[in-house]
Design a protein around this ligand. Sequence first.
Ligand code: ADP
Length: 446
Amino acid sequence: MTQEKRHLILATIVMVLAFAGYAAVKTALFPQMSIITSHLITTAVVGLMTMVIVRYVIKRQTHLLEEQARSNERLREALAAAERNGNLLRSIVASADEGLVITDRDSRVLLVNSAAWRLLELREQSTTGRLIDISRDPQVHHAFASVLETGDRAEARVEVWAGYGKRILRLQAAPLRLGGSQVDGVVGAFIDITQLERLERIRQEFLANVSHELRTPLTSIAAYIETLLNGGIDDPDNSLRFLSTVQRNVARMRDLVNDISELSAIEAGAVRLTLTQVPLRQVVEEVFAGLAPRCKKQRVRLRNETAEACRITADRRRLEQILTNLVDNAIKFNRPDGEVVVATATSDDGAHLLIKVRDTGPGIPAEHLTRVFERFYRVDKARSRDLGGTGLGLAIVKHIVQAHKGNLTIESVLQKGTTVRVLLPSTKPTQEVQTSDFSSQRELLS
Ligand code: ADP
């Protein structure tokens, strides 16, 4: 029985007793009272009591209705708050970069966010709501099972075959506890570490290459010094020869260290470009003058076919560096009595200026063409080293061209020659630009 009902019964009993008391008192005190007067008084008393009861009932009902309305309002607010929290949670889960997969204790999938669909290459029809549909990789199942078993976090490295190749994911699985201490499920977060692993591999390869490149001249220097110390110094002819070899190797190491620090400065975005309108023909002349001794040695002619009036928006020192590297290669990898031509052209839309560096060398076999811009990549390692190359020249050129928002391509015909094309935007010069503004670290490292 509700409290309300109890109150009503109690009130009714009190009223009945009050009425009985009233009737008894009235009969005892006024036994002679006429029947009409008695009825009138009784009617008035009953009316009064009825009024009290009705008033009480109405008051209670109003109070109850108000209480109900307040409680409904509280419920509505609680529901709205819960919905807001739910929406917030859903949007956090949906917008997370990590792929989230939540399962219950029976490996039934409770939630898969959009990043997980993308990272795990899931298709709508392939999921029936079990973990096995999300991934068939034993590492994934092992990690989820381990969390359920031990209640501790678990990690795994997962490989997924995407359209373009292999994607590497790191899975971090954590226990899901809904209130108590027992594990109610597993939250698995998949993070794409393909790029990270690629960069780490590139870094390791780079370090291995650098130490290899430094070790070769160092070994040679150490060997010649030892020979000199072991009596070779007494033979004037040989000692001069040995010392000039040492000098050559020292120069090679210096070039290598310079190129490495140059490359890392560009990659770190530490190089500032000051763009101005550069007179191209003049710069080409200066570059030719600097390389004249090498030309003489290699018996190669240089031809500057750039127009006198040609102006190019670039950082003058960097443009010199691009041309020096390209012309130097064109001389180095040329035939005796060969030729190097630097020419320009404007792109069809007029928005770019094309600089072509053409040589008459033996050319580059097609299978090497796409790789010559990689660091330390050489078609003929021994020949490049003999010619004093570090294997970093084209990588540096590529990065500087990219920093200018330009494009670099190479084409070659065997026994005919190679042409490197530098396409630079012919925009108006701005004040200062940092290399990192143009190219992301990812592009630079590629
Ligand atoms: P290097 O210091 O060896 O010149 P680069 O990065 O400048 O390094 O060039 C990489 C490789 O590309 C060279 O070792 C060479 O094999 C090839 N190469 C570059 N330019 C030419 C060219 N004009 N003709 C033929 N081969 C070239």
